[in-house]
Write a protein that binds this ligand. Structure first.
Ligand code: ADP
Ligand code: MG
Length: 686
């Protein structure tokens, strides 16, 4: 990052830049918008006798005595008096010189959490300063930020203060007061307050969820910007053209004759919703939501047949090579008469093979293209692509989705877009997150599925579990065994696939236990999964690479180690790998011995229900939306400050403001989008 603009700040060199980058801070603007997690009030002194146990406070007094103790453990204890009461300051980590610092009679100021021991009131490792005479008290609240190694609170504070001074906020140009936002603060004002709040403001009003106008200013403007981006994206799509797909023909017939099941009512309904869009000359933007195992693939392939029968190309993009390959094999089976017109395109191909495939795609000889994001790379030219299907879109980074949109940006004809997701997003949220899409829901499971019996088990019982596993294998069970890490880690006490794989091999023999993780080559991965599918191996030890879409209908037991480390949505996805056939399936959530209350509540949700929407709602309640969608960086919830549940009361109002801005002032719309969402929504430029 040699030419980072962060260099402009005092005291920022290459090392600091890379540390700031690791906090997600790349620009001066990023620094300005890096808000404190919370604050310390160091503006007033609390008498020792008024301290509350467990609360943080600032005290001042005089050093009465100091002592370094070495048994039962090493510590430094300094006794402090404020003239009325005493308090012990206790340090477990200290330098011998530090003892000398605490000279009897010197003034001392400490900020920390008060605790009570049998020796009286204490502060353990408080922030403290000692001097003949103490400097004046701080006048503003003291923000504390998310920091990292090498960047102390003081450092980041200094950088942020300077950043706000030098940054041009363009507040004159981006003034939303004419558009119905009655907040009198500018963004610069709001940031000044948030980074330097006066001590009179209650801390609760300033932290996330707080109601101080400075907070509200930031989150509302963020919502307005996001919604402006959405409006702009939608309007762009509305004015572009797509190929109407109207024919039914041999592709569809082939599929229906090869597909071994009746479509569920929900699948048929969603199919017809899609078909209504496909016959139009305006591009479809439809999201199909359906729980894991609800049969989204069949619906997507049916949509593809519509395009194919109308003599256009269709593309099917999966988030991983593994999944792309599996879709490809599946799809070929459905269309025995069209084998030559279906091709797999991933990034792993040799140059010459790739070149040949690209040539055929360009000429329209290949009609159904399945692959990873490689299918939308710059050198891929389509003959007449009418439909792009994006599977499990929450797994794609923003950039990959961006590539798809950019791909068609300069064409008059856009492909219809069909997005599939198992991420169960509560309705209220999907309305605002996917404001630019229509949503269809597959709200019914194929018949004959038995509920998966899910239970929690402490790691202590792992041995016991292994012997139960032996029994299950003798009854022809196929077992997934999921671990969080690839290799043993010294710092984290987590089970690793390699370690678990060894243990299970010792127990059951190497030929019975397979192993899959992200570091294996594509071919080895597939080989392992095939062996498992064919029942040659009985246990497949794996990381979460199999989380998405892998389909082995006979697998009936899912064991997840360190389940407390995973998000609920992810556990639900993993569990969805079993219970696909008619056998009774089981899911065992192995967890560390001492679970805290939140974790045990979360895991319990999974034991109680299998309804993805209920799980998502619970997860939301317990942890907030950032988590359920699988982390901010997926770009699905691109918000820094707004929380769609907590702040839902602003959605209507900000949406109206956004529409008004978009209709009346494109330049302002662009500025706003750039300020807030340029990274994730660059493509939405108005
Ligand atoms: P997902 O929605 O998670 O992508 P899939 O499309 O992979 O689910 O389907 C899960 C399993 O259900 C597959 O084995 C598929 O063949 C099967 N399936 C799909 N539709 C039906 C149906 N209508 N009846 C019975 N099984 C079905
Ligand atoms: Mg799927």
């Amino acid at each position: 990052m040699a030419n980072s603009e962060l260099q402009k700040l005092n005291g920022v060199g290459a090392a600091t830049i890379s540390q700031l980058n690791s906090l997600g801070l790349f620009t001066i603007q990023d620094l300005c918008f890096h808000l404190p997690n919370t604050y310390q009030n160091k503006t007033k002194v609390t008498p020792i006798s008024n301290l509350d146990i467990g609360e943080e406070a600032l005290i001042e007094g005089e050093v009465v005595s100091v002592q370094a103790i070495y048994r039962p453990r090493k510590m430094l204890v300094a006794k402090i008096s404020d003239g009325y009461s005493y308090l012990n300051l206790r340090l477990f980590y200290f330098h011998p010189n530090q003892t000398r610092q605490f000279q009897k009679g010197l003034s001392i100021r400490c900020y920390g959490k008060t605790s009570l021991s049998k020796y009286g009131l204490e502060m353990i490792h408080p922030d403290y300063e000692i001097n003949q005479k103490l400097p004046p008290l701080q006048k503003t609240l003291n923000p504390t930020y998310r920091i990292c190694k090498g960047i102390s609170q003081n450092k980041i504070k200094k950088f942020i203060q300077e950043a706000i001074k030098v940054y041009d906020f363009e507040d004159e140009a981006i003034n939303l007061n004419h558009y119905g936002d009655d907040n009198a603060l500018s963004i610069k004002d709001a940031l000044e307050i948030i980074h330097n709040p006066s001590a009179e403001i209650p801390i609760d009003d300033l932290i996330p969820g707080g109601t101080h106008p400075a907070r509200v200013k930031l989150l509302k403007e963020e919502l307005i910007a996001f919604q402006t981006g959405m409006v702009s994206l939608r309007s762009k799509m509305k004015t572009s053209k797509a190929e109407p797909c109207i024919e039914n023909g041999i592709w569809r017939e082939d599929f229906l004759s090869m597909f071994p099941y009746e479509l569920t009512a929900a699948q048929s309904r969603v199919e017809s919703e899609i078909n209504k869009d496909l016959i139009k000359s305006e591009p479809m933007m439809r999201l199909v939501q359906g729980d894991v195992g609800s049969g989204k693939t069949a619906v997507a392939i049916l949509a593809a047949t519509k395009a194919l029968d109308s003599n256009f190309q269709a593309a099917f993009m999966a988030p991983t090579t593994l999944l792309a390959q599996q879709h490809f094999e599946n799809i070929k089976n459905f269309f025995p008469n069209h084998i030559d017109e279906i091709e797999l395109l991933t990034s792993g191909l040799t140059k010459s093979v790739r070149k040949k495939i690209l040539e055929k795609i360009k000429l329209g000889k290949i009609k159904f293209i399945v692959g990873t994001h490689a299918i939308f790379q710059a050198d891929v030219e389509y003959c007449n692509l009418a439909l792009a299907i994006i599977d499990e879109q929450h797994r794609f980074g923003v950039n990959q989705r961006l590539a798809l949109i950019k791909k068609t940006e300069n064409q008059n004809i856009h492909p219809h877009q069909l997005t599939l997701t198992a991420t169960p997003i509560p309705r209220t949220l999907s309305m605002s997150i996917y404001a630019n899409m229509d949503v269809s829901v597959i709200d019914e499971m194929p018949p004959g599925r038995q509920p998966i019996i899910t239970s929690m088990l402490s790691m202590q019982s792992k041995e016991n579990l292994i012997s139960r596993t032996r029994e299950a294998i003798s009854k022809d069970s196929l077992i997934y065994w999921i671990c969080p890490l690839v290799e043993e880690s010294e710092t984290l006490d987590l089970s690793s696939v390699t370690q678990t794989h060894e243990i299970l091999c010792d127990e059951f023999g190497e030929d019975k236990v397979g192993l899959v993780h992200g570091k294996l080559s594509k071919d080895s991965k597939n080989e392992e999964i095939d062996k498992f599918r064919d029942g040659k191996t009985k246990i497949l030890v794996s990381t979460t690479v199999i989380e998405v879409g892998v389909d082995v209908p006979d697998a009936d037991i899912m064991i997840i180690e360190n389940a407390e480390r995973f998000g609920l949505a992810q556990l639900h996805q993993l569990r969805g790998r079993v219970g696909r056939g008619s056998k009774q399936s089981y899911c065992i959530l192995l967890h560390k011995d001492k679970l805290n209350e939140v974790s045990s509540e979360r895991l319990d949700v999974l034991c109680q229900t299998q309804d993805g929407f209920k799980i998502a709602e619970k997860d939301l309640e317990i942890r907030g939306p950032g988590e359920i969608m699988g982390a901010q960086q997926t770009g699905i919830v691109p918000f820094k400050y707004a929380n769609l549940i907590r702040d839902s009361r602003y959605l209507e109002e900000t949406k109206l403001i956004a529409e008004k801005i978009f209709n009346e002032d494109r330049q302002l719309a662009n500025k706003l989008i750039k300020r807030w969402v340029s990274g994730s929504m660059a493509y939405a430029d108005a």
